[in-house]
Design a protein around this ligand. Structure first.
Ligand SMILES: O=C(O)CCC(=O)C(=O)O
Length: 253
């Protein structure tokens, strides 16, 4: 397993605090990345083994007239492979530095952006989507399963946008996104990544991604964590599991 030096974590934490995001080009080993890619090749092929509820077919596929998933929803709840990945010690070591020792998993989504039809993700803040966790101290890791580039729809972030609260969002073309992205200040930074790299962003960081104009997949596995010191609304706790992935009630001493 490749390791990420502690000093890199220090620099990345500083970037996260200053800019609202940070990235690592080499975070996972070649073997880990190959296993993840093979798992996804299996998961997104007929007969779509994770079950209907796991696949989001919302954008792009309708035009093709065929079943082309655009995302896998709650991947960690549908398959132990993704739950294990959500517990990856190197991810959690970094999340712990940012959020503290008790960490829960909010969402686990694989953003698929299929060849040619993978659609734009409009500018948004993750924290605008989730009102059930207060205070909303989120951190998302976005793992590049394939190389992500400007051509296939890598992530873009607005530097410093995490410090300005939540911008008004509205539903546009089935996406809940910032109503007027023109009001968001700060420099736009594209973050292309090699396969096996990853970025981390805060719940209030404005981000988006372009369309996939290539013949190849652009897949990103994203896990959003939140601090165990935040409270989850009762209705949400009843409807959805938010597993403790580090620390918390069932953690060993
Ligand atoms: O993968 C993408 O294109 C979008 C990902 C995203 O918005 C997220 O992980 O918060």
């Amino acid at each position: 397993m490749s390791t990420v030096a502690d000093s890199n974590y220090d620099l990345a934490l500083r970037d996260l605090a200053q800019n609202g995001f940070c990235s690592f080009d080499e975070f996972f080993s070649g073997q880990e990345t190959s296993e993840l890619r093979a798992k996804l090749d299996w998961a997104i092929s007929p007969p779509f083994p994770l079950g209907d509820a796991a696949y989001g077919m919302d954008r792009g596929s309708a035009q093709q007239g065929e079943k082309v998933p655009q995302k896998i929803i709650d991947a960690a709840l549908h398959d132990p492979f993704f739950m294990k990945l959500a517990h990856h010690p190197r991810i959690l070591d970094f999340v712990e530095l940012a959020l503290g020792p008790v960490i829960r998993l909010n969402t686990s989504t694989v953003w698929l952006k299929p060849p040619n039809i993978g659609a734009t993700m409009e500018a948004h803040q993750d924290a605008a989507h989730w009102k059930h966790i207060q205070p909303p101290r989120y951190l998302t890791v976005w793992i590049a399963v394939d190389e992500s580039t400007l051509d296939n729809g890598c992530l873009h972030f607005k530097r410093g946008s995490h410090s300005h609260g939540i911008y008004p969002h509205s539903l546009l073309d089935n996406q809940y996104c910032i109503s007027d992205p023109g009001v968001v200040g700060g420099e736009s930074i594209a973050v292309p990544l090699p396969a096996g790299g990853c970025s981390f962003h805060l719940g209030t960081t404005v981000h988006w991604s372009g369309p996939n104009r290539t013949q190849d997949h652009r897949r990103g596995a994203a896990f959003t964590y939140f601090s165990g010191s935040s409270s989850v609304a009762d209705w949400a706790e009843k409807q959805h599991p938010f597993p403790y992935v580090r620390g918390g009630p069932s953690a060993p001493d």
